[in-house]
Design a binder for this molecule. Structure first.
Ligand SMILES: Nc1ncnc2c1ncn2[C@@H]1O[C@H](COP(=O)(O)OP(=O)(O)O)[C@@H](O)[C@H]1O
Ligand SMILES: [Mg+2]
Length: 278
């Protein structure tokens, strides 16, 4: 079976500015993959090249074996996108937004209705179906956006910053829905600048900074690779554990945050807007 996403040597420029440089990325079918990086790293640009919203300058981009440029109609039908910026008519009611989306994919009226109903139930939105989008909380809006992107039952779901601006409780709700979709067989790719989100949800994480994917792997593998493990007793680092009680010994394991700092030299919270700096 071809990979869900296959990217080789992808480069993208805005004018002379290189937003993406020599990206190689292969995501197998069924994976829950996270693209982790600070603001300005190139996450949205990478997503946009996958869904045909940004034109690449060089390289190969394939979705389930189909070229995104040559086979645009096909690849578009395979992907559901929940974009970073809300791109819907905020005065539409929730159910209408879903049904309308089905229309873009040529679903007949009856099928649109049935699929919208199914998703309203699946995403626990049934009691909100006649509410205008703008009246919903940020977290609920994101949930509607995800449900909407699943209207045509795509094999691959791409979420660009699904939980930015969403409060903690609603964030965890959304994570639950995403885990459910992935368990049902949907390949999920999300971008995030929240380290815990990547760590909690993703089987593999790609760390992106200044337009390059600089490290990739399962969160635990990355932590083992980059973070030293050592022991503490009463907060102090110890190399020798003889004589200490087992209950007082704490293992320092490292975190994805530490991995990020090690491989990029920056905290994820620093914005990457300084284009001249390299
Ligand atoms: N349409 C555009 N024209 C020019 N520069 C852009 C455009 N879109 C994004 N950029 C620049 O490309 C870089 C990556 O942006 P983006 O992909 O939005 O990053 P992220 O999603 O990781 O925050 C940033 O420096 C941004 O300013
Ligand atoms: Mg972005």
């Amino acid at each position: 079976m071809p990979a869900a996403i296959y990217i080789k040597d992808l480069s993208k420029k805005y004018g002379t500015f290189e937003a993406l440089r020599n990206i190689d990325l292969e995501i197998p079918t069924g994976e829950f993959f996270g693209l982790l990086g600070p603001n300005g790293a190139g996450k949205t640009t990478l997503i946009n090249t996958l869904v045909g919203l940004a034109k690449k300058n060089a390289g190969t981009v394939e979705v389930l074996g189909h070229d995104v440029g040559a086979d645009y109609i096909k690849t578009k039908s395979l992907i559901g996108l929940s974009p970073q910026e809300v791109n819907v008519d905020r005065f539409f009611k929730v159910r209408k937004l879903l049904e309308f989306q089905g229309g873009f994919y040529g679903m007949p009226r009856g099928e649109r209705r049935a699929r919208a109903e199914e998703l309203l139930i699946q995403f626990d939105l049934k009691d909100k179906m006649d509410v205008q989008f703008w009246r919903l909380s940020g977290g609920m809006q994101k949930r509607v956006m995800v449900a909407r992107s699943m209207m045509a039952s795509p094999k691959i779901l791409i979420l660009d910053e699904p939980t930015s601006g969403v409060d903690v409780e609603q964030r965890h709700d959304l994570w639950g829905f995403l885990r459910g979709l992935n368990a049902d067989g949907t390949t999920i790719i999300l971008t995030t600048h929240f380290i815990d989100e990547a760590e909690q949800l993703c089987e593999r994480v790609g760390i992106i900074a200044r337009g390059q994917v600089i490290e990739m792997g399962a969160p635990q593998d990355l932590i083992s690779k980059h973070c030293e493990q050592f022991f503490r007793v009463n907060g102090e680092r110890k190399d020798q554990l003889n004589g200490y009680k087992v209950n007082d010994i704490e293992i320092q394991r490292g975190s994805l945050e530490e991995v990020f700092l090690k491989v990029t030299g920056h905290s994820i919270h620093e914005e990457q807007t300084d284009r001249a700096h390299d």
